[in-house]
Ligand binder design. Structure first.
Ligand SMILES: Nc1ncnc2c1ncn2[C@@H]1O[C@H](COP(=O)(O)OP(=O)(O)O)[C@@H](O)[C@H]1O
Ligand SMILES: [Mg+2]
Length: 381
């Protein structure tokens, strides 16, 4: 498929979460329908989609049924098996390609790809056995972070190891194997760049943004990142190199560390819309979700312009979500809720965005104050 998908075509989205929901809303605005594949009948994405196939993304019969309803396939969730991806690709155009997903599903493949493309990462070693782990520690030193190569998210599937006594327990606790050991980066800040690449090879990327985590879950995104211009330009250039080298058609987020010397190291890739790009819905003429849909549908990519600076705060778990009435009443907070029935601890329920004139993103103190009822949210019990 190289021609643009005509209006009223159906875009298939694998995954039913909030990223699928916001992609489907952007698709609707461009005159497309979305059909979602998810095991949950009442999911954030199915609530706003024209149709859904309910079932497992590992079941070939379910994948065939899904493919029969759609003109093109994309993802809001990247952990479809290699067999499943192969099956989908044999039935319909799949964007991004199965090769892109295969690399970004696996931290070892991902880091190998990055290093071969000349892109710096934390130093790392593949760890299949406890002996490998001892050798990796001898090479990289401690403290370090041991991670599963697959299926990790929000800090799950990783352990920080500080002493040689922790090694056996950390190795035993993490699954599935294999693992990687990464040297700990003493970062000044974490940033990300969201970039889209069209079928014609054109690239659009948003400015680098700064990400702050709380309990390993993204809490705040500040747009733009308050880093030296040279580091911001380098971060964006790295994202462009990645989407070109990986031959992306779609949208991809690059998570990076800026170390104490201002060097940029890539942490991980996500070949889909990313939580750190939610601010683009309110602060940009075309959001990350619109760029995602445009790339997947073969439409021209607009520039990823930003008309405002922004702070995005996630609503995670019951205590923050309980502030919803106060959020709705607070001047200047732009509220987003994802339609999830139950606010469990650690669950992303929605987010809010606060806009500032370009160039007027305030310092930390004023950022907190600008979040009104969310300035100092209560922790979950
Ligand atoms: N090598 C590292 N050095 C320092 N901090 C790290 C390193 N790897 C991960 N972290 C911290 O842990 C967070 C989660 O790790 P990440 O690899 O992004 O996994 P995921 O987002 O899939 O849970 C990062 O955002 C960062 O704050
Ligand atoms: Mg991450």
């Amino acid at each position: 498929m190289t021609a643009a998908l005509p209006p009223n075509s159906t875009i298939g989205i694998v995954g039913g979460g909030q990223l699928g929901r916001m992609s489907a809303l952007a698709a609707a605005r461009l005159g497309y329908r979305c059909h979602v594949l998810t095991p949950e009948p009442d999911s954030p994405a199915t609530q706003v989609a024209a149709g859904a196939t309910i079932g497992s993304h590992d079941d070939p019969a379910v994948l065939r049924e899904f493919a029969a309803h759609v003109d093109v396939v994309t993802f809001e969730f990247e952990n479809v098996s290699a067999e499943g991806l192969g099956l989908l690709a044999s039935l319909k155009p799949v964007r991004p390609s199965p090769d892109v997903l295969r690399i970004s599903q696996d931290r070892a493949l991902e880091k190998t790809f990055l290093n071969q493309a000349g892109i710096a990462t934390a130093p790392w070693r593949l760890v299949e056995t406890l002996d490998d782990l001892h050798a990796a520690v001898a090479a990289l030193g401690l403290p370090a972070i041991l991670k599963t190569t697959r299926l990790g998210y929000d800090g799950k599937g990783q352990r920080r190891v500080a002493s040689a006594h922790d090694l056996a327990a950390a190795f035993a606790a993490l699954a599935p194997k294999p693992l990687i050991l990464e040297g700990l980066v003493d970062f000044a800040c974490e940033v990300s760049v969201v970039a889209a690449r069209g079928h014609d090879g054109s690239i659009a990327s948003f400015d680098a943004v700064e990400n702050r985590h709380r309990d390993h879950i993204l809490d705040l995104t500040l747009a733009p990142a308050r880093i030296p211009e040279s580091a911001a330009a380098q971060a964006r250039q790295i994202a462009h190199t990645i989407v070109q080298e990986i031959d992306l058609v779609g949208l991809l987020a690059v998570e990076m560390f800026i170390d104490r010397d201002g060097a940029v190291l890539v942490n991980e890739l996500a070949p889909r819309p990313h939580n750190s790009g939610h601010w683009t819905i309110d602060a940009c003429p075309a959001s990350q979700f619109e760029l995602h849909i445009r790339a997947v549908a073969g439409l021209p990519l607009p520039q990823a312009l930003r008309h405002s600076d922004a702070v995005m705060k996630n609503l995670v778990g019951p205590a923050e979500t309980a502030l919803w009435p106060q959020i709705l009443a607070a001047p200047g907070l732009i509220p987003h809720l994802y339609g999830k029935a139950e606010a469990r601890a650690g669950r992303k329920m929605g987010h809010v965005t606060r806009l500032f004139p370009r160039g007027a993103l305030p310092g930390d103190f004023a950022v907190a104050a600008a979040l009104g009822p969310l300035a100092d949210p209560p922790p979950d019990q």
